[in-house]
Each structure stands twice: as structure tokens, then as C-alpha cells.
Design a protein. Structure first.
Length: 123
């Protein structure tokens, strides 16, 4: 299995990087976060990867979901690069990084190539 999709995101393994593209306009609740992580782990099949998360479509992530994603959401991830755009996804990513303490390196980017360059250090 190289890719999977659910109601929240499309996941693809390519070149040693896990790509996650969230659907446009979604609101991530705790139940959504649990499903997002479960499907990701199923695709990864016990192997750790750096992840590139395109969060430009995310409308909102509630507090219980943020807390869940900061801890359980980091399982089997080596590093995370968020793809953002002004203004909403940048606000979401900065808020997430300020209010949670993820156990893996995380950076936000507007440029896909820069994000991939950052993640190449963790392949």
C-alpha cells in the first residue's frame, strides 16, 4: 500500500517521505484526529518517516485534537514539515507549535521544495 485516503486527508509514501494533504475546509476534532493518525499508522506499517503535511485546506483544529496530534500524532514520525499559506494555515501552524510540545522537529514552509529539503535530513 503506497497511498490511502479518508474523509480528512490523502496520504502517500514517496521517496522516503510521507505526504499528507488535508482536504479543503475540514475541521479537525478529536475523533477526526484519531482517524487521521490511525490511517497514517496503517499506511506506515511500523516504519518511521518524515512527513510533509499540507495544511492549507484545514479550517480549524480544536484543542483536544491539537493535544492528541502533538503526542499520539507524532508516533513513527521523524520530523514534520507543514505547508502553509497566509493567513489561516500560518496562524494554525504557529498556534499549534506554541501551544503543544511535539516530540519531533517541526517547521512550517510556504514552498514545497524547501519543505522537502528540510525533510531530506530525516530520510
Amino acid at each position: 500500500m503506497k497511498s490511502i485516503e479518508n474523509n480528512y486527508a490523502f496520504y502517500k509514501l514517496d521517496g522516503g517521505i510521507l505526504y499528507i494533504r488535508y482536504h479543503i475546509g475540514i475541521i479537525i476534532t478529536l475523533n477526526a484526529a484519531i482517524k487521521i493518525v490511525a490511517d497514517r499508522l496503517r499506511l506506515q506499517d511500523g516504519i518511521s518517516y518524515p512527513a510533509l503535511c499540507d495544511i492549507r485546506g484545514v479550517k480549524e483544529v480544536n484543542k483536544p485534537a491539537r493535544d492528541y496530534l502533538a503526542l499520539e500524532g507524532s508516533i513513527l514520525l521523524k520530523a514534520v514539515a507543514f505547508i502553509i499559506e497566509h493567513p489561516m494555515s500560518e496562524v494554525l501552524s504557529k498556534f499549534y507549535l506554541r501551544t503543544t510540545k511535539p516530540p519531533v522537529p517541526i517547521q512550517s514552509f510556504q514552498d514545497l521544495k524547501e519543505a522537502e529539503k528540510f525533510l531530506a535530513n530525516y530520510i
